[in-house]
Write a protein that binds this ligand. Structure first.
Ligand SMILES: Nc1ncnc2c1ncn2[C@@H]1O[C@H](COP(=O)(O)OP(=O)(O)OP(=O)(O)O)[C@@H](O)[C@H]1O
Ligand SMILES: [Mg+2]
Length: 331
């Protein structure tokens, strides 16, 4: 991926009904399919200019929620506003303000990547020369220049995903819904996608991102809603969610493995807490309540002449958070 940024202004941004309206404001959203209550009373507030992560396992209701916010599905109950516009009553205005990945899935398999982007640009009302320029800019930005002249049917999954995101950016919408943008991508392509998302936000976009990957939400999202069985079961910053599960952990490895028992004794003495000693890994692990006492631990070790090879303060991972909240094995 290149570092080219598109300097195109976000035309939709000026159309917001009120400058202070959040990008998304949803209350009590409900959607059922037959007897399945896919979304069961979801509330969300997403401030403009932020990345909001919606995290949940298969079938949690992520796509259904996004579809209602993007006017692709009509809610059974509840309401939602996008930059102050109601998704049901002002659907046309909302559509001009949002981009959705996956929306362009029905592209022509025989057309090349470039032809597809030109086609969508033309459909969005750009002139022929403007469409070509926009297509070329996006192909460059998404590292798809080599694929530009190949028909879509020859694209890999990662290439398709990037073309899909590129297509959703033609109109430079101020709010983007990215529904599992990196599921199934290899680590390098995932990292490129993350860079792209960060750049979009730096350029002023607001992003609602659904994901099953806890590290993805941790990396990208300012705030995260954890959803399960159609309900928001927890929300907050990644740090807040981690804190709700428990404190962090201090891990120490002495240079001389033979010191591990003494290290455990000293650490236990300073922290006054239960210390776990792994003689095999030559590692001492202790729960931390804040980081205030970490310097005291280090000073005590130095005073006893013990050299430390590694010291780590680890927060619980979002995986642990998810397990703790849902109590589920499926996460
Ligand atoms: N068009 C539909 N008709 C019937 N049931 C549906 C439909 N769309 C979704 N569902 C059901 O609603 C629930 C929520 O589905 P949804 O697609 O919103 O989940 P999701 O969180 O996006 O899952 P995934 O991670 O697999 O994409 C599931 O039980 C699903 O089977
Ligand atoms: Mg989904």
């Amino acid at each position: 991926m290149t570092t080219t940024t598109t300097a195109t202004p976000r035309p939709g941004a000026g159309k917001a009904r009120s400058g202070s309206a959040p990008a998304i404001e949803a209350a009590g959203l409900v959607k059922s399919f037959g007897s399945t209550r896919a979304v069961d009373g979801v509330d969300l507030v997403v401030p403009t200019g932020t990345v909001y992560g919606v995290l949940g396992p298969n079938g949690a209701g992520k796509t259904t929620t996004v579809s209602m916010l993007a006017t692709l599905l009509r809610p059974d109950a509840g309401e939602a506003r996008i930059f102050g516009y109601d998704v049901t009553r002002d659907a046309v205005a909302v559509r001009s303000l949002v981009g959705v990945t996956g929306q362009y899935a029905s592209v022509d398999e025989d057309l090349t990547g470039r032809e597809n982007l030109v086609l969508f640009s033309r459909l969005l009302g750009l002139s022929r020369p403007a469409s070509r320029t926009r297509a070329d800019d996006l192909l460059e930005e998404f590292g798809l220049t080599d694929a530009a002249t190949r028909p879509l049917k020859e694209f890999s999954g990662g290439m398709r995903r990037r073309l899909d995101l590129a297509a959703s950016l033609i109109a430079t919408p101020p709010l983007l819904f990215l529904d599992e943008p990196t599921t199934g991508l290899d680590p390098r392509t995932r990292a490129q996608m993350w860079d792209t998302i960060r750049r979009l936000v730096a350029d002023g976009a607001t992003v609602l991102l659904t994901t099953q990957y806890l590290d993805e939400a941790d990396q990208l999202a300012d705030r995260i809603a954890v959803i399960d069985h159609g309900r928001v079961i927890a929300d907050g910053t990644a740090a807040e969610l981690k804190q709700s599960v428990g404190g962090s952990t201090l891990m120490l490895t002495p240079v001389d493995r033979a010191d591990v028992a003494r290290v455990a004794q000293i650490v236990g003495g300073v922290l006054g807490d239960r210390v776990v000693l792994s003689a095999e890994a030559a590692r001492v692990t202790a729960p931390l309540h804040g980081t205030d006492l970490v310097p005291d631990v280090l000073i005590a070790l130095r005073d006893k002449g013990i050299e430390i090879e590694t010291i780590t303060v680890a927060q619980p991972s979002l995986d642990e958070v998810f397990l703790a909240i849902t109590g589920d094995k499926e996460a």
